[in-house]
Design a binder for this molecule. Sequence first.
Ligand SMILES: *Cc1c(COP(=O)(O)O)cnc(C)c1O
Length: 398
Amino acid sequence: MDQVEYDPRVHPAYAQIDLAAIRHNVAGLRDRAGAAALMAVVKADGYGHGLVPVARAAVEGGADWLGTAQIAESLDLRAAGISVPLLTWLHSPGVDYEPALTADIDLGVSAPWGLAEVVRAASATGRTARVHLKVDTGLGRNGAYALGGGRTDTGHTDYSELVELAAAAQAEGSVEVVGVFTHFAYADAPTHPTVRAQQEAFADAVQVAERAGLRLQVRHMSNSAATLTTPEAAWDMVRPGLAVYGLSPVPDLGSSADFDLVPAMTAVARVATVKRVPAGQGVSYGHAFTTSTETTLADVPVGYADGIPRHASNAGQVLLGGERRPVAGRVCMDQIVIDAGDVDVECGDEVVLFGPGTRGEPTAQDWAEAAGTISYEIVTRFGPRVPRVYVGGDGAGV
Ligand SMILES: *Cc1c(COP(=O)(O)O)cnc(C)c1O
């Protein structure tokens, strides 16, 4: 996303991004990863925090690699002058791999069709494509399927076939298989039996590749939750995303503070309308809220088009005048109404929607609980109408 400069004369809200928090979080994750390398996942516009500034801060904090879902994201990183190793793993048939190869971007390959297209792009560019084979060890999502549960008879699976094709492509020089990777289904529940079963299936998958003569440099499976709770799954590299941004991927097991993570995003808006109303006033569409006493209503011009979940109607809270006050009635496209009670509030007053929680404001996790979702969705939903404002270093140092 192109960065929009925040101008209070134009924008009713902004998201402040603390790059020092990103650096701190990455450094802490690095420590937990031990000898393993650290890939900071910056897909989806750096989880809504802004791709390039976040990527620079992550590298400053010690990230060895950056990971993205889509090739365009990695090309934006290269265009910004970021030179660390990049891996991009999600591709649709017909995607143009040539710019990725020219820009030295490693590619995740999940299926024979993907390998064939990468091979074609490699011969067109005269480059050797660096690929990481994606194995499905039990998530049941993308990746080539392999039998799990510690079974060693992994022959005749999609994955074994992909390994054979990749080894053949490597022998004729168009690809170099540098890695094998997988993704957990239940990393947020570390005692769930699939966590162990997927580790065993991954060990098998690594063996299948090595038996086929592939010399793997990076074997990787851990997202944020696994990096924090299952250190024995680190292999050669961990791939945290959410934790880089200071949010806990396992809120039932520990808060951000419990893992020494600092939430990087603070979402701020200003009150646009204030009115004192009597008891019995219906509020917002469908009057899903009716005042029970005389109260002050504060209209705040951010809504679901900006990223406020509509499911937080009558449930989300904000910090206003030093107090936590609730969203009254439905979240609209462009605005929400806060029941300010007897808080002394004036037009133009600052409203903190969420932040690290250090000033008493709700956190992204609080909003996630109010809306019945996960904090990932709260931060990634913030859209282009909400400019990002960077503090804690401009991220220009890499
Ligand atoms: C998004 C993603 C990650 C990061 O996941 P978090 O839960 O945010 O840490 C890691 N690996 C893959 C393949 C992903 O798609």
